[in-house]
Design a protein around this ligand. Structure first.
Ligand SMILES: Cc1cc2nc3c(=O)[nH]c(=O)nc-3n(C[C@H](O)[C@H](O)[C@H](O)COP(=O)(O)OP(=O)(O)OC[C@H]3O[C@@H](n4cnc5c(N)ncnc54)[C@H](O)[C@@H]3O)c2cc1C
Ligand SMILES: NC(=O)c1ccc[n+]([C@@H]2O[C@H](COP(=O)([O-])OP(=O)(O)OC[C@H]3O[C@@H](n4cnc5c(N)ncnc54)[C@H](OP(=O)(O)O)[C@@H]3O)[C@@H](O)[C@H]2O)c1
Length: 547
């Protein structure tokens, strides 16, 4: 039998580290130091200084695991602003502060979880600092600042697609099946889109179906689906025109226009682009470009500058096309909660997608992936896709347990999947759905399906909340409070609670309402109710899929 590979240890045998700590430190050093160069073991103090968290060297063996690995990462909350997250992480080791800089969604769009991405940067297995989609520019900026503490190499710039290295997690993993990860997408066929809002709605949300028959993809309800989008061709052409660059200029063996379509983000202009402009303009424009590159806002318009608007602001700039592409961020896949059950039809998969469109200075800005699905892809087209497995979002293993699902807007997506799954598997547990949206006459997604499920007894209870039917806002959490006593009874019966949809406002308001309900109907103080909800989370009975 072959022996497992052993890494030469740089940590003295006498050092009071657990096996996990030793492995972690050795991994760190393997990245930081060249093992081929015959590095001598570190002193205890050097090793301890690099270990994450405070380790009491005076009391060998007293500490079980690295302290900060057990602190529950209090900044790991997608609703918390970056400044607050960084404050919570103050004084922590670099990898923890880098983790706090991430978007905290563990969404996997970068190819990692938030923690794995920061670890990969610290051990220098990942050099790209601009991969966090939910964190956007402010995360990239913070990572760049923190990266300087590593000191050994300059922060990485965006790479052209052909130069893009494979994320560390993927290179360590055995070859995966197509469609099982972002690094190994499969090609699904686009089947159809159906508008879920009635004409006159203020929203544009689509039920999207894809055919997985040729992909071999396997998924479970609760998982999300990754889509590799393409930019709007009209936007790519406008960028080419503004640059006065030839569409067929070769970039890494591909025409510039193709790279603009599917290789780089044409959303928010990255700092690197302004840095590039600062090199090729002069005078006041150069100062402005430098200020924008430093995250300042000299003209009060920084938030409105996508790539095209940035070129137009510095009209007449003629960057070298290759340098221009290198200054842009890579175009990242986007995730969508799966809205169908493979138990019903494993090849026909559904999503529920809200099209992001908003005007700035008279030009319609388009969310790249949502409008790709809403208008640019046609029936029969191939779309690059993958399944993002949900680590902590799924139906209870015991099918007899009741479930409470809270999903306003597109948050209904995974719950449609849950309901179909529970019907297909004849799960005896009760199902309670809270759905809400703007107006009952226009935005009642899947109304007929839900009525049918209710009539069939599969949907035990449906509670609705329309935010714009009356003068006063009325949200799902207001409905929850109204029926708080019943909710408490379901909880007492062992119900699992699920929340899906907006992370910034809805998710924390819903949690607040649940705390109130537990306090009021469970006869607990607010602190006890908070602890009760925390206990539900810990037991996997309060799960969130928020974005
Ligand atoms: C696990 C997970 C599941 C998800 N599930 C779903 C789902 O089921 N359905 C769904 O629709 N989405 C879902 N999302 C969100 C989805 O991944 C995308 O983030 C969303 O569709 C927007 O992507 P986009 O490419 O269209 O927009 P982008 O090109 O990324 O543009 C969005 C950006 O535009 C800017 N913006 C948006 N509106 C405005 C405005 N009014 N004014 C100024 N700026 C604005 C903001 O900076 C915003 O970040 C999910 C996300 C995650 C992480
Ligand atoms: N960054 C933002 O400001 C912003 C705003 C909207 C949506 N989004 C994002 O857009 C995507 C799609 O949104 P969506 O189409 O699913 O719907 P949505 O815009 O999230 O709206 C769904 C429903 O939730 C209501 N709502 C708003 N604030 C709420 C709160 N604090 N608590 C409970 N409900 C609340 C909305 O009411 P009202 O609209 O009447 O208030 C609406 O009735 C999501 O990714 C979401 O995060 C972002």
């Amino acid at each position: 039998m072959s022996q497992p590979l052993r890494m030469p240890s740089l940590i003295p045998e006498s050092a009071p580290f657990s096996i996990d700590q030793r492995v972690w430190l050795n991994g760190l050093f393997a990245g930081l130091l060249s093992l081929e160069q015959g590095v001598t073991p570190l002193s205890l103090e050097q090793a301890a200084a690099l270990l994450p968290g405070s380790l009491d060297l005076a009391a060998p063996g007293a500490s079980g695991a690295p302290a900060e690995d057990d602190d529950g990462a209090p900044w790991h909350d997608p609703a918390m602003p970056l400044a607050d997250r960084m404050k919570l992480a103050e004084g922590r080791p670099l990898r923890r502060r880098m983790m706090a800089a991430m978007g905290q969604q563990d969404c996997g769009q970068c190819g990692y979880t938030c923690q794995d991405y920061s670890d990969a940067i610290v051990v220098q297995k990942e050099e790209r600092l601009n991969l966090c989609v939910p964190g956007g520019k402010e995360t990239t900026r913070m990572l760049k600042t923190l990266h300087q503490e590593l000191g050994s190499s300059a922060p990485a710039q965006a790479k052209t697609p052909s130069q893009t290295p494979t994320p560390a997690v993927a290179s360590a993993a055995p070859a995966a099946a197509p469609g099982s990860s972002r690094e190994r997408p499969a090609e699904a066929r686009f089947l159809s889109r159906t508008r879920l809002n009635k004409p006159g709605s203020g929203k544009e949300t689509w039920h999207i179906e894809l055919d997985l028959a040729e992909t071999g993809i396997d998924y479970t309800v609760g998982d999300a689906f990754g889509i590799f989008p393409a930019n709007d061709p009209a936007l790519a052409d406008a960028v080419l025109a503004a640059l006065h660059a030839p569409a067929d200029f070769p970039i890494g063996g591909r025409p510039l226009r193709d790279v603009l379509l599917d290789g780089v983000s044409l959303g928010a202009a990255p700092d690197m682009l302004f840095q590039l402009f600062s090199y090729i303009t002069g005078g006041e424009r150069r100062q402005k470009a430098k200020a924008l590159a430093a995250g300042e806002d000299p003209d009060g318009d920084a938030a409105t500058l996508d790539v095209l608007a940035a070129i137009e602001k510095f009209s007449g700039v003629r960057p070298d096309p290759e340098a221009f592409i290198e200054a842009l961020d890579p175009l990242q896949p986007r995730l969508y909660s799966i809205a169908s059950s493979p138990k019903v039809d494993r090849n026909r998969m559904a999503l529920c997608v809200d099209a992001v469109r908003y005007p700035i200075n008279g030009r319609a800005r388009l969310g790249v992936a949502s409008t790709f699905l809403a208008e640019r892809v046609s029936t029969g087209d191939k779309v690059r896709v993958y399944v993002q497995k949900a680590a902590h979002f799924g139906l209870p293993a015991d099918p007899s347990l009741p479930v409470i699902m809270i999903g306003p807007g597109t948050g209904i997506a995974p719950f449609r999947a849950f309901l179909y799954e529970r019907m297909a598997t004849k799960a005896p547990g009760r199902n309670w759905l809270f759905f809400g949206h703007q107006r009952s006459s226009y935005d009642f997604f899947y109304q007929d399906e839900l009525s049918g499920m209710k009539a069939a007894g599969a949907l035990t209870r449906l509670s609705l909340a329309w935010s714009r039917d009356a003068n006063e806002k009325f949200y799902v959490q207001d409905r929850m409070r109204e029926v708080g006593r019943d909710l408490w009874t379901w909880l007492a019966d062992g119900a699992h609670v699920y929340v899906c949809g907006d992370a910034k406002r809805m998710a924390k308001d819903v949690e607040g309402a649940l705390v109130e309900i537990v306090a009021q109907h469970g006869a607990r103080s607010t602190d006890e109710a908070i602890a009760f909800v925390a206990g539900l989370k810990k037991a996997g009975r309060y799960q969130q899929d928020v974005y």
